[in-house]
Write a protein that binds this ligand. Structure first.
Ligand SMILES: NC(=O)NC(NC(N)=O)C(=O)[O-]
Ligand SMILES: [Zn+2]
Ligand SMILES: [Zn+2]
Length: 511
């Protein structure tokens, strides 16, 4: 008898390890570190196999009336025809009626500031805010946390810090800085450790251990990235003229927004993008940098800068661009004196610029949206002093992505399908998340359910989960588009102002 057991045991071990391997292996380009045991605390639902019904489900094939079947965190069927289900068995159905069922938002530009600056934000507060806003995946920027994420070791610190603290899935960009641009071993170490791509600044970042890169550093970075087929995200502003970098006393009243606006003219964006498109010409198919991709973050200038990007795209360069809700919601004319909540770089420009950004979005020249959520502590935002030149630059907005872009976009005719491309499908493809970004069979059940027609006031009674709600430029606004429920890989992580008891988001690493 004993000898039989000893013969069967190794066989069993092999079978079990095969099963574990296939369970953990995600068909994505990027891999999720999925926990092996199902934890009831991860979801507000008492079941894991269920149907979601609605009259407005946004799918890649258009808006349908029907039901989505979810099991074990995945979408396993989509059936057209409201009220119909795929099987006759008694099953759990969540009927949302007229509420919109859309893929969860993927925000590829957030600064969660952990480890090192959890007084600014943090994984816990940041991802709770994300879940409350229907954002099911965020990709965290490599700076504002301390130390910056510029090596395999510093990525390791970030991964450790996520433990039991993330309510949505979180990927990571690594930093391209002069030190690693010149050292392929460090850079490849960082890429092999799983960052989804790199990010660099063409002007000072405001963070000491995240120095800016020149176009030569960028070229070196791109030649490594070409091999990994991952993108480089660039903060594209160049300090062109030192005259623009005046001290407050020389440059008008620092409590007036236009004083700050004049320090960062559109020519700064244009100058940086000119240098970039001089390099992206080599990313065309058959070019020496084929496989590399440049993504311009937070575009504000909708004139010459955008024209350069359009031209580069039309000749086949691998280049894309994002803009952010604050450039689409606000204009410089309406920013009150001393209201430093609106300070960011590149700056929010005039109303004409904003109109042209919307036009570019609707015509498909801007590929995607991101929040560039970049909070700090109220003291550094200088809310009391109201000094635009000395205040921290960064807008706090992660929880409001969907209602803001819907509320301000409606009058330009933005559709639900366009929002879902801009906030889910395109960001997923930039970050290499093949099983996310669309309501499609086989994908992760990452879903937001919301009511576009319901209006609300962002006042002190509104449940805001950001660490420092007072910093957000959206407070006090009336918005439309209320998030009801948020699902992350089938877990109901947020409903009716409440989060699931446990934080069961997972880190996403590139393979
Ligand atoms: N260090 C930052 O967070 N900077 C950010 N600040 C902004 N956008 O004002 C950014 O993304 O450039
Ligand atoms: Zn930036
Ligand atoms: Zn940023």
């Amino acid at each position: 008898m004993d000898s039989v057991v000893w013969r069967v045991l190794p066989l069993l071990a092999i079978i079990v390890s095969f099963l574990i391997f296939f369970y953990l292996k995600d068909p994505n380009t990027a891999q999720l570190l999925i926990k092996s045991s199902r934890d009831d605390e991860c979801t507000l639902l008492p079941y894991g196999h269920y149907w979601i019904s609605s009259n407005r489900i946004v799918t890649p094939q258009g808006i349908i009336s029907g039901s989505v079947e979810i099991d074990e965190g995945k979408i396993i069927a989509i059936v057209e025809g409201y009220g119909k289900k795929g099987s006759s068995k008694q099953e759990q159905v969540i009927d949302y009626g007229e509420a919109v069922v859309m893929p969860g938002l993927i925000d590829v530009h957030v600064h969660l500031d952990e480890p090192g600056r959890t007084d600014w934000e943090g994984f816990l507060t940041g991802t709770r805010a994300a879940a409350a806003g229907g954002v099911t995946t965020v990709v965290d920027m490599p700076l504002n946390n301390h130390p910056s994420t510029v090596s395999k070791e510093t990525l390791g610190l970030k991964l450790d810090a996520t433990e039991n603290k993330i309510y949505v899935d979180v990927g990571f960009w690594g930093g391209l800085v002069p030190e690693n641009a010149h050292n392929t071993t460090i850079l490849e170490g960082l890429l092999s450790a799983g960052v989804l791509g790199l990010k660099s600044f063409m002007c000072p970042s405001g963070i000491n251990d995240f120095p800016m890169t020149t176009i030569d550093h960028i070229k070196e970075g791109l030649s490594v990235l070409a091999k990994y087929r991952r993108p480089l995200l660039v903060h594209a502003e160049i300090e062109l003229d030192s005259k623009n970098h005046l001290e407050p006393k020389d440059n008008g009243d620092s409590h007036v927004y236009s004083t700050y606006l004049n320090t960062r003219p559109p020519s700064w964006e244009q100058g940086a993008i000119e240098e970039l498109v001089g390099v992206t010409k080599d990313t065309v198919i058959g070019g020496p940098l084929e496989g590399a991709h440049v993504h311009i973050v937070h575009l504000s200038d909708s004139s010459a800068s955008l024209d350069l990007i359009k031209k580069a795209k039309s000749r086949g360069d691998s280049i894309s661009v994002e803009t952010c809700p604050h450039y689409l919601a606000f204009s410089s004319e309406e920013i009150p004196n001393e209201d430093t909540r609106f300070k960011c770089s590149p700056p929010i420009r005039d109303a004409f610029n904003k109109e042209k950004l919307w036009e570019a979005i609707l015509e498909g020249h801007i590929d995607l949206l991101s929040s560039d959520h970049s909070p700090t502590v109220p003291e550094l935002k200088l809310l009391e002093e109201g000094d635009f030149l000395r205040a921290w630059g960064g807008i706090s907005s992660l929880q409001f992505n969907l209602p803001v872009t819907w509320s301000y976009g409606k009058k330009y005719g933005v559709t639900l399908e366009q929002l879902s491309l801009l906030w889910s499908k395109k960001p997923a493809s930039l970050a290499g998340l093949e099983s996310k970004g669309a309501i499609a069979v086989g994908n992760h059940a990452d879903i937001v359910v919301w009511q576009p027609e319901v209006e609300f006031e962002l006042n002190d009674d509104y449940p805001v989960f950001l660490k420092h709600p007072t910093l957000s430029a959206y407070m006090g606004r009336r918005l439309s588009g209320k998030v009801l429920d948020t699902f992350v890989r089938g877990n109901l992580v947020f409903r009716d102002g409440k989060h699931a008891p446990a934080a069961c988001g997972v880190p996403i690493l590139a393979k």
